[in-house]
Design a binder for this molecule. Structure first.
Ligand SMILES: Cc1cc2nc3c(=O)[nH]c(=O)nc-3n(C[C@H](O)[C@H](O)[C@H](O)COP(=O)(O)OP(=O)(O)OC[C@H]3O[C@@H](n4cnc5c(N)ncnc54)[C@H](O)[C@@H]3O)c2cc1C
Length: 317
């Protein structure tokens, strides 16, 4: 079976859920091999094998992690040349998409970004124009390089050998031109990371101010989800910008997205329309967001959300 390379997204060896999703998807396309860059490969090995990586290529040189994204693209380009895989799968994060673009140039291959599915024939599905159009496309030149949105596939374990193969790459001055001088750890609360969360509770201008987001947080915590926000809310300074969902914010594709007091502008939809189930709470029955809703409640969120939290708490006992 053809080899499918999966670039591992991790923090110090702690593998992100999206990588397990990519390995699961890769198993339907061929034989997955993980590409692990940086330190912590030993900690990651068991998880990568559990989710189906037959081989784990490990590149642990400081040069690869001290220089933003270019060295990772160089390493992948070398592996593509040496192993001739059937495809390369990368998480559709800001970093993942930049690596994919650079890799495509180096490998003289086509690239597809923001896929929400890939068929065994390597036809990728994208959802564009605010979800109004579904595009099916296939790379016709070189090795297909496809970035896949988090939460597009349910991760399923299927143990494989996970044989470690150490690899190295010689980098050019261009690859190492941009140096990382400092790393600051983001303060992480108990909530899941927004783009990876299975449940996202978002608030818009309708929440009325920063205190409205306390209610969003309460609902998110009752459900074990993350909090998101519309740009109107982040621009007003009611919630930090890193939680903005949409065209100029994060793209999310959770199992459940709850939009509270959000009208559904095209730029907001662009970041959430591939969510599996969408619940809308809005007091305006004409709000365009209802077009996307699987379940909609026409009402004041300050009436609806507290009742929702109460009911969830009751059911949880
Ligand atoms: C280039 C560009 C990029 C952009 N990128 C983004 C982006 O990434 N993300 C993004 O979100 N936007 C983005 N925008 C902005 C976007 O166009 C909208 O202005 C924004 O999404 C509106 O946010 P909102 O829905 O919270 O506010 P509004 O459009 O003002 O909607 C508020 C909604 O709350 C409802 N409401 C009010 N009070 C209550 C209540 N008590 N209970 C229930 N419902 C209530 C109202 O009925 C209304 O539907 C971008 C715009 C541009 C031009």
């Amino acid at each position: 079976m053809a080899e499918i390379l999966v670039l591992v997204d991790h923090v110090d060896g702690s593998v992100k859920k999206v990588t397990l999703e990519l390995l699961t998807l890769a198993r339907s396309l061929g034989e997955p091999s993980a590409v692990f860059v940086g330190s912590g490969a030993d900690a990651a090995a068991a998880t990568l094998a559990e989710y189906g990586a037959g081989t784990v290529y490990v590149a642990d040189a400081a040069d690869l992690t001290d220089h933003v994204v270019a060295p990772k693209a160089a390493l992948l380009a070398q592996l593509v040349a040496e192993k001739a895989p059937a495809a390369v799968l990368i998480a559709s994060t800001a970093e993942g998409k930049e690596i994919a673009g650079r890799l495509a140039v180096k490998a003289n291959s086509g690239v597809i970004t923001d896929a929400v599915g890939v068929s065994p024939e390597l036809v990728a599905t994208q959802s564009i124009f605010g979800g109004s159009t579904i595009v099916k496309s296939k790379v016709s030149t070189g090795t297909p390089i496809i970035t896949v949105r988090p939460n597009s596939t349910a991760p399923e374990a299927a143990p494989a050998a996970g044989t470690r193969a150490d690899v190295s790459v010689s980098l050019t001055p261009v690859d190492t031109a941009a140096k990382i001088t400092d790393r600051v750890k983001e303060e992480k609360g108990a909530r899941p990371e927004l783009s990876e969360a299975a449940i996202v509770v978002s608030g818009g201008r309708g929440v009325g101010g920063p205190e409205g987001f306390e209610l969003m947080e309460k609902l998110a915590d009752a459900l074990g989800g993350a909090v998101g926000a519309s740009r109107a809310a982040t621009d007003a300074g009611w919630y930090p910008h890193q939680y903005q969902v949409g065209q100029t914010g994060k793209t999310v594709s959770p199992q459940l997205y709850i939009a509270n007091g959000i009208s559904g502008a095209i730029q907001h939809r662009a970041g959430m329309q591939t969510s599996k189930t969408i619940i809308v709470v809005n007091k305006d029955p004409e709000a365009p967001i209802f077009e996307l809703a699987d379940y909609g409640v026409v009402g004041d969120l300050f009436d609806v959300v507290p009742q929702l939290i109460e009911e969830i708490d009751k059911r949880k006992g």
